[in-house]
Design a binder for this molecule. Structure first.
Ligand code: AMP
Ligand code: ZN
Length: 500
């Protein structure tokens, strides 16, 4: 039997095509994460859940997935929001807002919203990424990347910063189709319009600003990185020079992803990414979400209203990622009813004496519900065909209806458990897999990794940094990330957190 193909629309070639991984059966996937200046809204989660479904679908055909989803905690400016052309830093602006009053500083604010985001992530049954890197933890790498682009003639310094020279990279515009100067000028993130730029379309790699709330010392003085450079650097660091798949919401195609391609490919002359995914924006009650229209929901707003996280997840995936999705509270209520029917099946399976852990993945056990195997295969085939979630969800519901039709006995309960576990692995809509690790966190013993306690590694890393042995310091952080622990640097020191 030939290996199954995973077909997905590719925004670069503008065709639906099989994902061709560099290494057979190993997907290296980078998905742009949130800017942590407030709570993530349900549109953000449409995009993050789509990435999650890609990971699950790839795993369902036996692929090993290395999945990187970052946290943007510096450098994301407001200027490309049509309604706000002031070009402030999103983090700094949040600190000055009413909500910002409760935070001691911008680091505190970033930490709060990043923690809240990770908690929402787990509640919505999103798989933990292999690595969740933060922009502020990768400052040295970003500075080195900017220096390299200057040395190679792709970037230049002005009194306000360092800019990428788009005329030096002939393929600039290949992803978005924005090739003429006029369209290139639209939405280029830039705090100050600088007359010293060679072309108005040149985008910022580094902004000089010794008043900025988050600033680092660089060869160009105090300042902070442009937003795009973080993703080029972190994608290549954790996934290699050429990655298999890169994703985000449709707004990221230009300028963010276009700029990522330019920086990466100009830097090393290799293709940056073989397949690009962009998620169509979610609308709410027929309109673009906005606070002033009262149709703006964070995930936690809806949890507070009593909707379960799985109902929200189901509502968000009920329409395929590439189709316009008009989210309504009625969709959410309907989804809640479907989730309740899954819960009903789980109860009946429990009463028949089984748990979901009794059935390792494999063949459907013998019994009268043999049709469940075919229904699962149809759901999986739909996902492998450009993530057709509406068909896959319909198949999940069809299987559950079959399960609920008759009383479950020893045989049928085993078959039902097999089906619901497989469907949950594929779509994540049947039962929650991840408890919130923040609950009971204080009782957790400090982990030992490669023979040392994590705090010992933190001390060793600080010593390495002080001795300017950055390779060793980075190695320690990477080893800990691989073991499932993230280090977080702030002005108060370094802290650690379990990420999976
Ligand atoms: P941000 O926190 O603004 O950087 O956005 C995080 C992710 O959510 C990005 O991939 C955005 O493209 C995506 N996103 C933002 N708004 C929406 C929306 N309404 N629907 C779907 N994705 C969105
Ligand atoms: Zn990004």
């Amino acid at each position: 039997m030939s290996a199954p193909e995973f077909k997905l629309y590719d925004s670069l070639s503008r065709t639906v095509k099989p994902i061709q991984t560099v290494e057979p059966n190993q997907l290296r996937f980078y998905s742009c994460g949130p800017t942590v200046y407030s709570y993530a809204h349900i549109g953000n989660f449409r995009t993050f859940i789509t990435s999650d479904l890609i990971v699950r679908t790839a795993q369902s055909i036996g692929w090993k997935v290395t999945y990187v989803s970052n946290i943007t905690d510096v450098g994301h400016l407001t200027q490309d929001d049509v309604a706000d052309a002031s070009g402030e830093d999103k983090m700094a602006r949040a600190l000055q807002s009413k909500e910002g009053e409760e935070f001691a500083n911008v680091w505190d604010l970033a930490r709060h919203y990043a923690d809240a985001f990770e908690s929402d992530w787990r509640h919505l049954n999103l798989l933990p990424p292999s690595v969740r890197p933060r922009a502020t933890d990768h400052m040295r790498e970003q500075i080195v990347a900017v220096q390299d682009l200057i040395e190679k003639g792709h970037a230049y310094e002005t009194p306000t910063g360092v800019y990428f020279n788009v005329d030096s990279f002939a393929e600039y515009g290949k992803l978005s189709g924005n090739r003429d100067r006029e369209s290139l000028q639209v939405a280029v993130r830039d705090v100050v319009q600088d007359d010293n730029k060679k072309s108005p379309a040149d985008f910022a790699l580094w902004k000089k600003d010794d008043k900025h709330l988050m600033q680092w010392f660089s060869p160009w003085g105090w300042g902070f990185p442009g937003w795009h450079i973080e993703c080029s650097v972190m994608a290549q660091k954790y996934l290699g020079d050429t990655i298999d798949l890169h994703g985000g919401g449709e707004d990221l195609k230009f300028p963010h992803h276009e700029c990522e391609i330019a920086q990466s490919e100009a830097g090393n002359g290799k293709p940056f990414c073989n397949h690009w995914l962009h998620v169509t924006f979610l609308q709410v009650e027929g309109e673009k979400m906005s606070k002033s229209k009262g149709n703006f929901y964070t995930a936690r707003d809806l949890f507070d209203q009593g909707f379960g996280p799985l109902a929200l997840r189901l509502a968000l995936i009920s329409v395929p990622y590439n189709k316009p999705h008009n989210f309504t509270l009625q969709t959410l209520r309907d989804s809640q009813a479907h989730i309740d029917r899954f819960t009903e099946s789980l109860d009946r399976i429990g009463k028949a004496g089984f748990t979901m852990d009794d059935f390792p993945d494999g063949q459907l056990p013998e019994g009268p519900l043999s049709k469940l195997s075919e229904i699962y295969s149809e759901a999986q085939a739909a996902m492998l065909n450009d993530l057709n979630t509406s068909v896959a969800v319909a198949k999940a519901l069809e299987g559950n209806k079959l399960i609920l039709r008759d009383h479950l006995d020893g045989k049928t309960a085993a078959q039902a458990a097999w089906f619901l576990k497989k469907i949950n692995n594929l779509l994540g809509i049947v039962y929650a897999t991840f408890a919130d690790p923040s609950e009971g966190e204080e009782f957790e013993a400090e982990p030992e990794i490669n023979g040392k306690l994590i705090t010992q590694w933190i001390v060793e890393r600080s010593e390495a940094k002080a001795a300017k042995d950055f390779a060793k310091a980075d190695q320690i952080r990477n080893d800990l990330a691989v073991a499932g622990y993230e280090l977080r640097d702030s002005i108060e020191g370094t802290d650690w957190k379990k990420i999976r």
